[in-house]
Design a protein around this ligand. Structure first.
Ligand code: SF4
Length: 200
């Protein structure tokens, strides 16, 4: 068993947040969604699984994932090729809903416990796609709004892209910021295409 598989198994068995999740409106149990390997050329650094992903155990297997794959210019077979793409959220488990039905933030202890080891095992990637405000803050240290962070994309491309969360809740954001679809998405797709060409 490789060191990466040992780490994956340890994360899959993690139950640190049992009490925290039991106290949410959803009262769910931890179900870490672990999907990374060493030496993949692409890293998707996301936030946390939603309810659908929690139930299915497959990252981005929801409408947000459909939109993200469109932005990347990847089909599902490419996106879920474990030799090509590692998917590393700031929290491996669904954080749950509040009493008002809002998404709870990713538990910081997940990042603090696991992420240094995960990033070490994944290693140097050719493309890092950081998705959503929590992930952007964690990976870049930026404390500005998501809009301001994404607007800096030319400073980070083509090795890193900062993206808003692809949730349907951000459809209004996309309409208000047409430069994202016009400028960022084609540059991201071009980078992915180059990596896919090199890989196959
Ligand atoms: S969110 Fe992270 S730290 Fe919490 S139980 Fe899941 S894997 Fe463990």
């Amino acid at each position: 068993m490789t060191d990466t598989s040992k780490l994956q198994n340890r994360i899959a068995r993690c139950r640190i947040c049992s009490d925290r999740f039991a106290a949410t409106a959803t009262q769910h149990r931890p179900r870490p969604v672990v999907w990374f390997r060493a030496k993949t050329p692409i890293l998707i650094a996301g936030q946390a699984p939603g309810m659908q992903v929690h139930q299915k155990g497959i990252p981005f297997h929801d409408r947000s994932g459909d939109r993200l794959r469109t932005w990347l210019g990847m089909d599902a077979a490419q996106f879920y090729d474990r030799d090509l793409v590692s998917i590393l959220p700031t929290s491996f488990c669904f954080p749950g809903y509040s009493a008002k039905g809002s998404d709870l933030p990713p538990p910081p202890i997940c990042w603090d416990t696991w992420h240094a080891d995960c990033l070490h095992d994944i290693g140097v990637v050719k493309l890092r796609v950081i998705v959503g405000g929590y992930a952007i803050r964690r990976h870049t240290g930026l404390r500005c709004s998501v809009t301001e962070a994404v607007r800096t994309w030319r400073k980070h491309a083509p090795e890193t892209f900062l993206l808003p969360h692809p949730s349907w809740r951000n459809t209004r954001w996309l309409k208000a910021n047409p430069w994202f679809d016009r400028d960022v998405v084609p540059a991201l797709q071009s980078r992915v295409k180059t990596i896919l060409t090199e890989a196959f």
